[in-house]
Design a protein around this ligand. Structure first.
Ligand SMILES: C[S@@+](CC[C@H](N)C(=O)[O-])C[C@H]1O[C@@H](n2cnc3c(N)ncnc32)[C@H](O)[C@@H]1O
Length: 239
């Protein structure tokens, strides 16, 4: 998917200027909302967890002037992204697993993830608590089995993060995914010639499954936010 010219053409058709090479389902509006929730700004350092080819990390760095560290466990995705000479110099990339991040404690101001990790929120929450400085924030945009946001928030709170909240993103996601699906259908013959029938079918089926899940209420699309409080405030909240 990451290396496919058809995927890029479909992305540009669906998202226009909001196409940043993303594999996850988000347009400009969602990417800017994630940047806002996690407080990306000049002088801040933010981790993009499961960054894929890193197009979005670079886009965020360009749009917000934050320093963005993209981490992904796929060396292939990172290698494909490294060939992109238009990447923003404020974005840097590391191959690592989300469960063992080679980053120093209290070294980050934010953590974002766009469809970029598994469902082990307890582990993610503990890493977020370790890596974030006081005031640092988390912004995760993800599709979950219905009811999954509650346990995710509980895991973040249990790890000591505060101000945890969920924003429903179902409607914009469904609209966006319908457009991806139609664009992929129009581009089907070229896409199949490029990546093969199995891969093409897999992508369209995944979109269809998500759309059915949203419609039938078995899947939810959410933006999850949380904050690592400053030490003094955190102690007051604990009392
Ligand atoms: C759907 S892609 C999204 C990529 C990127 N966020 C984007 O939207 O372009 C999911 C990415 O998460 C990465 N990923 C999944 N589990 C991971 C883990 N445990 N540690 C690091 N990366 C992971 C995959 O390698 C893949 O590149």
């Amino acid at each position: 998917m990451a290396a496919s010219e058809t995927h890029r053409a479909v992305g540009r058709e669906v998202l226009g200027d909001g196409y940043a090479g993303q594999l996850g389902y988000a347009g400009e509006h969602e990417l800017l909302r994630m940047a806002e929730v996690c407080g990306m700004a000049p002088g801040r350092t933010v981790l993009d967890l499961g960054c894929g080819t890193g197009g979005v990390a670079s886009w965020w760095a360009r749009r917000t002037s934050a320093r963005v560290i993209g981490v992904d466990c796929s060396g292939t995705a990172l290698r494909i992204g490294a060939a992109d000479e238009s990447r923003d110099a404020r974005a840097a990339f590391v191959a690592a697993d989300a469960t063992a991040l080679p980053l120093a404690a209290s070294s980050l101001d934010g953590i974002v993830s766009l469809d970029g990790f598994g469902l082990d929120f307890a582990r993610l929450a503990r890493e977020a608590r370790r890596l974030l400085r006081g005031g640092g924030r988390v912004a995760l945009l993800i599709s979950l089995p219905a009811g999954g946001a509650g346990p995710a928030l509980e895991a973040l709170a249990a790890a000591g993060l505060a101000e945890c909240f969920v924003e429903d993103q179902m409607e914009p996601a469904a609209a966006l995914m319908s457009r991806w699906r139609e664009a992929y259908r129009r581009a089907a013959s070229g896409h199949i010639a490029e990546v093969g029938e199995r891969v093409h079918r897999g992508i369209v089926d995944e979109i269809d499954e998500l759309l059915v899940g949203y419609r039938e209420g078995t899947t939810e699309r959410v933006l999850i936010g949380a904050t690592r409080l400053q030490a003094a405030r955190s102690a007051r909240v604990a009392r």
